[in-house]
Every structure is written in structure tokens, then in C-alpha cells.
Design a protein around this ligand. Structure first.
Ligand code: DGJ
Length: 682
């Protein structure tokens, strides 16, 4: 605290020492053409305290209370948690902020803004900010579109503000799952990194700001649309939480902290993640009980544990032009309802899952015909259609109850273990009774998921949004799985999964074996590559396996058995991305927490330009222990571009130190092939 301001002196590696000395050590000098006294703008970044960048809080009371000067009035510090109250009695506002550092190094920032005056306070913005040292001279964030989510972009931090916004009313394909500051040297395995991830599924922004005095900071918060938050007397705005991690062990240090934190939650799925067959790419809208039974028969043979009926089961939904909003079983395609097919599936020892897209409505639906006023809209305008659909205003009690009761009725009357909840369009012009409605909509879907889970204990929910457009820490506690991407092309999935797992652990990421000829890219990829790619997540199949050859079915069966036998490790170990020096390949894997077993994939993305690519070197092993290392082929061998692959792939025993420092020869694979490796301490 300096002159009543809350000041964050440092975010980074742990330090010890007297706080007063640290304050002295870090106090600015007085520059030419500047303040008469050093200023300490602190956490609230206020103009009244001499701050010249973007403030933490912005708002006003009908033009008044536009500038604040908060004073710390309460400060509690217990172990790794610090709770601070700041008040500005002139602006009549109170901020409560907590900083909690968990045992894995995840710093959780929570904040609320309370109106302690009588007149309304219009809140424009509240941003969580953390200071960045100047050696953090680059940022890494993620961009994307449908079928190509979470592609990294890395750039130099320069004076000014770098802003990544999402204004889709869902986190979106282009949402940056994390905003990371780092040094030019930082890689997966080494170097410093400062990461933030905003826990919100609505509109949000990340900012990296460097101002002319050389100070720089990283922040994130909700984007509030005009008038979206107007606090009446005593009303409180709860800002979305920010999760922040500092790592001195590279980007994998960041992911290890996030994964450990996420796994430690009470709501983290405890059951082994069931091998899933999602029927979307097998059927699309062609729902036919006979065909589905044939598919289920093959699924049972293979060892599938959960079968999901995707889009198309409900009233008039024969294509994507109608039906959304009418969550009743379609009597034309399902004359006997869903109960018989569920019984059939359950009879094979397989769970049943069902698709919903409850936030949406087609104009061609009974719901829309009855309640056209229940869509998010402004004035007498109808927002432009997207996939022939509009968005239901879930902050409207009638609409909320309609979706809740119809979906809940299906769940109450059928044995449904899991629902895949989709969200296939963006929110634009999204008004609720004449006011901006994105925040309310985001809160409403959280409430709806919570209520469905309360009513149906044990129900698992998958967050899907045209693939991976709602993967964020805001919805995390309410769901059990994310659909990572609609792109099931295993080569594209390599990068999408690699970066989604920067924050989300693999057991929460749906990773399916797609069809031989990829539906998104039109590319044909070996089954062994598709199977290896799908292994590093919550595995499944998205393919009409009645069309698989007998050999492919056998491979699927042995792959399913492999997944079954190894998922405990794959879903609890440390995810590792090796800094593999050859740009044509990826080397990554999962190491058990006791370092006794690891499963790795070596993936040939593109053709090598050398005969002997960089050896495969591993990390995290016990240097003095001996390991066996061998290639395994649960779904058939990859295609080698060699007369003879290296001998070791049949299995050798070698020390952990050798595996980490010398490694083993990398075989040349044909592009878009993967070699699965097992390392076991003996
Ligand atoms: C988009 C999803 O990502 C797909 O998996 C599928 O469920 C379709 N929607 C159905 O419309």
C-alpha cells in the first residue's frame, strides 16, 4: 500500500524480503518534465494518481463520478490469499478484490464493484491488470476460425496497446484461450512466461499495454456493451475471474499449472473418460433406426462405451433449416421415440448421449411461430440469420423455462448420461427488452447448465460451439468435456490440440478418429495417424464405422483396448511438448507423475529435408533409472519412408539420462504419419 493505493510491485518468480525495502528498491526516479513526487498509481491505475494508461475501472453516474481515487480500507492476508477492499467515498464506489495463489502456481483474481451511493452508476469496464517486467518482450495469443481454432501468433510488445477482443457473445473460434507474455527465448520447455486466461464465455478482451514510461502490463476483462451494467444503490458487479500463471519453465510450465489446478477441482470428472462414438459425421441428418443399430453393433464390437445421437432427432429437424427450439422427439423419424434405441444401446453396455442447441431457434419452428419476441433483438429489427437460426433470449424467463423444461423432460424420461450442447452462431444486435443482452445471456446459460446438473445428478455436459468456439475457463466448472474442433483431420488436429491443451488438460478435450477421407479437408489420412492423434484426449470416433474394412475394425478394437488400458496415465500425467528442433515434426507426450511411464507421439507433419532428422530426446525422466523404449502399434503401423526403420523401435533398454541427452534416432515417416512410443521404467 502506498498513500492509500494498492500497488502490485511484482508478478513473477517468488522473492523474499522486507516489503518496505522492496518498495524502496522499485520506486521510480523523478524524470525530467514529470511529476514533482514519484507517483504510485497502483492496482486501480487512476488518473487521479498520475496514471496515463488505461484505467482498471471506467464508468460514471450520468457524467459524474467519472474519475476515482480509491483508498484501501481493508486488507486481509492469510497464507496465499489476500483480500482487499478499496473505497472511494466521493465517487461512492467500493471494490473488493482477492488474489489467491494455489499450490500449483495459479493466481486467481476475483473482483467486484459495488455502488455504495444512491444514484445509478454506469459501469463501462473493469479490467484485471498485472504488471509485466520488461524482459517480457513478446506476446503469444491465439486466433482461429471454424475448423481451425487456436492457432498461435507471437509478436513483439511495442509501445501502445495490443488488444484481442471477442464480441461474438460466445468465447468464439477466434477467442484467445490464454494471453501469454514471454521472452524471445521462451520455448515449451524453458524460459519465462506470464499467462492469463479470462474465465468468461461472453464478450471479453485481453490487453497488453506498454506506455511511454516503459512500464507494461497484461490485463483482461469482460467487454460490457453500452448500458449493460448500470448498478443501482447497493448493487454489485462481479467481474469474471482471471487465472494467471507465471512460469520459469516455459510454456509447459504454464500448462502444467493450469492442468493441475483444473484437475484439483471437486467437479473435475472422476470416472474414466468413456470411449465415445459421436454419430454426426456418420449420419448427419439421416436418422434411421436400422442404420443406427448397425453402427452401434460395430461400436460395441470395437469397444465403444458411449454413443451420441447428434443433431436431427427433434421435431421437424430434417436439415439445418428448421426445428431448433422444439426439443421434442420427432415422431416422423422416431415413431417409437428414442427409448427403444437407447435400450438397444444400453443393452450392449454402452451409455447414450444426446445433442441439444438450446440457445437457438429456427424461424421455421413451432417455438418461433408462437414466440417471435423471445429472440435476442433490438427494436423491430431481426438480426441477420446464421445457419438459418436466431438466438433465443435466455434472460427472458419464458424462453429460459421453455428450454429448461423441454430439455429436462427428455432427460427425466430417458437414460441419458451425457448431453452435447452446441452453439452454432454468433450473437449480434443482441438486445434484451431494449437493452444490450450479451452479459445476461452468458449468465443465463451458466444458470441453465447448473440447473440441468442439479436436476439430473451425474449428467455430463459437453460444451460445443461449431466445434471449439466455447472453450474457456468461465464455463469450465459447469461442463465435463469440450468439443475441441469440428476439424477431425488428424494433421490439422495436431496443432489445434497442441494449443488448446495450453490451458485445458487432455481428458476434457474431445478427440475423435475421423473418417478415412476427412470431411473438412478432403484429405485421406492413415488410420494409425488418426488413432494416435485421437489418443491424446478424451478419445472417440466420428466415422461411419460400418464402412470400415475388417482390418480397420480390428485396429479400432485394439486401439480402443489400448485407450482403455492407458487412459489413467493419459488423463493424469504431465503433458509435455518437446522443443523438437526439426520443424517438420512434433514430439509430445504424457509422463506419469512418478516419471515411471510415458506415452509419446512422434508426428511427421511434412516431409523432412534431411536423412537423419533430430534425435528424439525426452524430458522429465529419472536420469539414473533404466527405461524400456519401444514403438507400439495399437491401430497399425505408420508409413515409414525408409528401407528399414531404426532397430530401437522394436524395444531397447536404456538409461533415463541417455534418453534425455542423446535420445533415439528419429525414423523418417511419410508426411501425416505418427509413431506411438512407450517408455517404461524397469
Ligand atoms: C456443430 C458441431 O460442432 C458438430 O459436431 C455437430 O454437432 C453439428 N454442429 C450439428 O449441427
Amino acid at each position: 500500500m502506498v498513500n492509500g493505493a494498492l500497488v502490485i510491485r511484482h508478478w513473477g518468480a517468488p522473492i523474499s524480503g522486507e516489503i518496505s525495502q522492496i518498495s524502496l528498491a522499485t520506486q521510480n526516479s523523478i524524470a525530467n518534465s514529470s511529476w514533482d513526487e514519484p507517483q504510485n498509481p497502483g492496482f486501480m491505475r487512476e488518473s487521479a494518481r498520475g496514471f496515463l494508461g488505461r484505467p482498471t475501472l471506467s464508468g460514471h453516474r450520468n457524467g459524474l463520478a467519472w474519475s476515482t481515487k480509491f483508498e484501501v480500507t481493508d486488507f486481509h492476508h492469510v497464507e496465499n490469499k489476500c483480500a482487499v477492499t478499496l473505497r472511494d467515498f466521493h465517487a461512492e464506489l467500493e471494490i473488493n478484490v482477492t488474489f489467491e495463489l494455489d499450490k500449483f502456481g495459479v493466481l486467481i483474481l476475483s473482483a467486484s464493484v459495488k455502488n455504495i451511493g444512491e444514484r445509478d452508476y454506469s459501469l463501462n469496464e473493469f479490467i484485471h491488470w498485472l504488471p509485466l517486467p520488461q524482459e517480457a518482450s513478446e506476446t503469444l495469443d491465439f486466433v482461429g476460425k471454424w475448423s481451425n481454432e487456436r492457432q498461435p501468433q507471437r509478436r513483439k510488445i511495442q509501445t501502445g496497446t495490443w488488444v484481442r477482443e471477442t464480441r461474438e457473445g460466445r468465447s468464439g473460434h477466434n477467442f484467445s484461450i490464454a494471453d501469454i507474455a514471454l521472452t524471445p527465448q521462451t520455448s515449451f520447455q524453458s524460459g519465462q512466461a506470464w499467462a492469463t486466461s479470462i474465465a468468461w464465455s461472453g464478450n471479453s478482451h485481453y490487453l497488453v499495454e506498454r506506455i511511454f514510461d516503459g512500464s507494461q502490463s497484461i490485463g483482461a476483462g469482460e467487454i460490457l456493451l453500452p448500458g449493460e451494467v448500470i448498478l443501482k444503490a447497493n448493487e454489485i458487479y462481479e467481474a469474471p475471474q482471471l487465472f494467471a500463471v507465471y512460469s520459469s519453465a516455459g510454456l509447459d510450465g504454464i500448462s502444467t499449472a493450469f492442468h493441475s489446478h483444473i484437475r484439483s477441482r471437486d467437479v473435475h470428472p472422476k470416472r474414466p473418460r468413456p470411449l465415445t462414438l459421436n454419430m454426426w459425421e456418420a449420419l448427419y441428418f439421416d436418422h434411421d433406426e436400422v442404420k443406427i443399430k448397425e453402427l452401434v453393433d460395430v461400436a460395441a464390437y470395437v469397444g465403444v462405451e458411449r454413443v451420441v445421437l447428434d443433431d436431427g432427432w427433434f421435431h421437424s429437424r430434417r436439415n439445418d433449416r428448421s426445428g431448433l427450439g422444439d426439443w421434442v422427439i420427432d415422431p416422423v423419424v422416431w415413431p417409437n421415440g428414442l427409448a427403444p434405441i437407447i435400450e438397444y444401446i444400453n443393452g450392449k453396455g454402452i451409455e447414450f448421449g444426446l445433442w441439444f442447441e438450446g440457445e437457438m431457434v429456427n424461424p421455421d419452428s413451432d417455438l418461433y411461430r408462437a414466440h417471435p419476441e423471445w429472440i435476442l433483438h433490438e427494436g423491430d429489427r431481426t438480426p441477420p440469420l446464421w445457419r438459418h437460426q436466431l438466438v433465443l433470449d435466455l434472460a427472458h424467463e419464458g424462453a429460459f423455462n421453455h428450454v429448461l423444461e423441454q430439455s429436462s423432460a427428455i432427460l427425466s424420461t430417458h437414460n441419458i448420461a451425457y448431453i452435447k450442447w452446441d452453439h452454432n452462431r454468433v450473437l449480434v444486435d443482441a438486445g434484451h427488452l431494449g437493452k444490450a443482452g450479451v452479459r445476461r445471456q452468458t449468465q443465463a446459460i451458466y444458470k441453465l447448465f447448473a440447473e440441468l446438473k442439479r436436476r439430473h445428478p451425474g449428467l455430463e455436459i459437453e460444451s460445443c460451439a461449431s466445434g471449439g468456439a466455447r472453450i474457456d475457463l468461465g464455463v469450465l466448472d459447469l461442463v465435463d468435456r469440450f468439443w475441441t474442433s469440428d476439424n477431425n483431420d488428424a494433421l490439422e488436429r495436431q496443432t489445434i490440440q497442441r494449443w488448446t491443451s495450453q490451458v485445458i488438460p487432455p481428458e476434457l478435450l474431445g478427440t475423435h478418429i475421423g473418417p478415412t477421407l476427412g470431411h473438412q479437408t478432403g484429405r485421406t489420412i492413415e488410420l494409425s495417424m488418426r488413432a494416435t492423434t485421437a489418443l491424446f484426449g478424451h478419445a472417440g470416433i466420428e466415422w461411419n464405422i460400418t464402412q470400415a474394412t475388417e482390418e480397420e475394425k480390428l485396429h479400432l478394437k485394439s486401439w480402443a483396448a489400448y485407450y482403455n488400458a492407458n487412459r489413467a496415465l493419459l488423463h493424469s500425467g504431465q503433458s509435455i511438448r518437446i522443443d523438437y528442433p526439426d520443424e517438420h515434426g512434433y514430439l509430445y507426450g504424457v509422463l506419469s507423475q512418478d516419471a515411471k511411464k510415458a506415452i509419446y507421439a512422434y508426428v511427421q507433419l511434412t516431409p523432412t529435408v534431411v536423412i537423419n532428422p533430430a534425435p528424439l530426446k525426452f524430458v522429465g525422466l529419472n536420469p539414473s533409472a533404466t527405461y524400456s523404449i519401444k514403438a507400439v502399434f495399437p491401430a497399425g503401423a505408420p508409413r515409414f519412408m525408409l528401407i528399414a526403420p531404426p532397430e530401437w523401435i522394436k524395444g531397447i533398454e536404456i538409461s533415463g539420462s541417455a534418453l534425455m541427452t542423446i535420445g533415439v534416432t528419429a525414423p523418417i515417416l511419410a508426411p501425416a504419419n505418427a509413431l506411438l512410443l512407450e517408455l517404461t521404467q524397469i
